[in-house]
Design a protein around this ligand. Structure first.
Ligand SMILES: Nc1ncnc2c1ncn2[C@@H]1O[C@H](COP(=O)(O)OP(=O)(O)OP(=O)(O)O)[C@@H](O)[C@H]1O
Ligand SMILES: [Mg+2]
Length: 330
C-alpha cells in the first residue's frame, strides 16, 4: 500500500450505518472497492439476510462462504452473508468440537430458542463472525487474511445495541467460553481498528438520526469515522442566482436570453414557466446547505457520494470508489 495520507489509516473494520434507505449497502460496496484499489483484499459483509450486495455486483445470492465478487485495481473484494444459525454452528464446532451436536441443534431450531432467551445473542453471533474475519491470519503470527472488512450494518436505530456486546451477553454468561468469546468480540469492536461511518442524505430526518447515532456511539466509547453524504447533485446555479431565487427573485429576462441562445422556441413563455422551478430548486439547495451546516456539529470529516443518475451499477460503484479515494477517505 502507498504512503498516501488517508483519513482512516489504521482502521481495518469499517462499520457502515445510517437511517434506513439512505444508501448503506451502496456506500459500503463503494467503500470496499475503494479500500481494495491499492492491492488489498477486502471482505464485504452483510448481516441481515437481505441479499442487497449480490445484485450490486451481478453475482448469485451470497452464502455463508466468502466469495470473490469484484476485482478493484490490483486488489479484490470478497463478500459474505452472515447468518446467525450458521455462525452458531461454526462457533460450537470451532470452540467446542460440537459439529454433530450443532447439526442437531439446527434441526430443532435451537438458534431461535437461544436468541429468544437472550435477544442480544443473535447480534453477538453476527458480530462474532465479523470479528473473526478481522482477526483471521493466514497462519499463526502471519499476515491478516483481510486488509479490511466492511460491514453493511443495521440502521442507526439499532446500531448501538448491535455493537454493544457487553449488554447483549450480560446475564447470559458470566463465566466460561461464551464470556471469553464475547470479550474478544468486544475487544475488536472497541479497538482503534474499528470505525463506524454514517451514511446520510441532506434531509432533516436522516441528518437528525445521524447526529443522534454519533452521540450514542460516542457515549459507548466507539470510534466514529466519517459522515458519507449520499446522493449529492452537482451545483447547477451560481451562488448569487441561488440566493436571489431562494428569496423568490428570478431574472426572467436573463433566463429567456439563455434559452434563446440554446435555440429553444418561445423562450419568453418558457422562461416564465421555468422560473417557478428555479425558485423550488434554490430552496431545495438552501435546505441541503442547512443540513450540511447541522452535520458540522458532529465534528467528523464529511465525504460526498454522488447521485448516480442512471441508477447504481458496477461501473457507477467504481466511480464512487474513485471519488472516495480522491477525497482522501481511503
Ligand atoms: N449514490 C446513489 N445514486 C443513485 N442511487 C442510489 C445511490 N445510493 C443509493 N441509491 C439507491 O437508493 C436506494 C437505497 O439504497 P441502499 O439499498 O444502498 O440503502 P440502504 O440504506 O442499504 O437501505 P436499507 O435500509 O433498506 O438496507 C436503492 O435503490 C439504491 O440503488
Ligand atoms: Mg441495505
Amino acid at each position: 500500500m502507498s504512503s498516501r495520507d488517508r483519513d482512516w489509516d489504521g482502521a481495518r473494520l469499517h462499520v457502515v450505518t445510517g437511517k434506513g434507505g439512505t444508501g448503506k449497502t451502496t456506500v459500503a460496496a463503494a467503500l470496499a472497492l475503494a479500500l481494495a484499489a491499492e492491492g488489498g483484499r477486502v471482505l464485504l459483509v452483510e448481516v441481515e439476510g437481505r441479499q442487497g450486495i449480490a445484485p450490486l455486483f451481478g453475482v448469485p445470492p451470497l452464502s455463508y462462504e466468502e466469495r470473490r465478487v469484484a476485482a478493484a485495481g490490483r486488489g479484490e473484494v470478497r463478500a459474505l452473508s452472515v447468518d446467525a444459525e450458521e455462525a452458531l454452528v461454526e462457533y460450537l464446532d470451532l470452540f467446542h468440537g460440537l459439529r454433530r451436536a450443532a447439526g442437531a441443534l439446527r434441526r430443532f431450531g435451537a438458534v431461535d430458542f437461544v436468541t429468544a432467551i437472550a435477544p442480544g445473542a443473535r447480534d453477538v453471533l453476527l458480530t462474532g463472525k465479523v470479528s473473526e474475519a478481522v482477526r483471521r491470519r493466514s497462519r499463526p503470527g502471519g499476515p491478516h487474511v483481510y486488509d479490511a472488512v466492511v460491514l453493511d450494518a443495521p440502521p442507526t436505530g439499532r446500531i448501538a445495541r448491535f455493537l454493544d456486546v457487553t449488554a447483549a451477553v450480560s446475564g447470559l454468561a458470566r463465566v466460561g467460553t461464551v464470556r471469553d468469546h464475547a470479550d474478544q468480540v468486544r475487544e475488536v469492536v472497541h479497538s482503534a481498528e474499528t470505525v463506524v461511518h454514517f451514511v446520510t442524505l441532506l434531509e432533516e430526518m436522516p441528518v437528525q438520526e445521524c447526529l443522534d447515532g454519533i452521540a450514542e456511539l460516542r457515549a459507548l466509547g466507539l470510534n466514529v469515522g466519517g459522515v458519507l453524504v449520499n446522493k449529492v447533485r452537482p451545483a447547477l446555479l451560481e451562488d448569487s442566482v441561488l440566493t436571489a431565487a431562494a428569496g423568490g427573485v428570478v431574472d426572467v429576462d436573463a433566463l429567456a436570453r439563455g434559452l434563446q441562445a440554446a435555440g429553444l422556441p418561445e423562450p419568453d413563455g418558457l422562461a416564465r414557466r421555468l422560473s417557478g422551478e428555479v425558485v423550488e430548486h434554490a430552496r431545495h439547495v438552501r435546505m441541503e446547505r442547512e443540513a450540511r451546516e447541522r452535520l458540522a456539529a458532529a465534528a467528523r470529516p464529511c465525504y460526498d457520494v454522488a447521485l448516480l443518475e442512471e441508477g447504481v451499477d458496477l461501473a457507477g460503484l467504481h466511480r464512487l470508489a474513485e471519488s472516495l479515494r480522491a477525497q482522501g477517505a481511503v
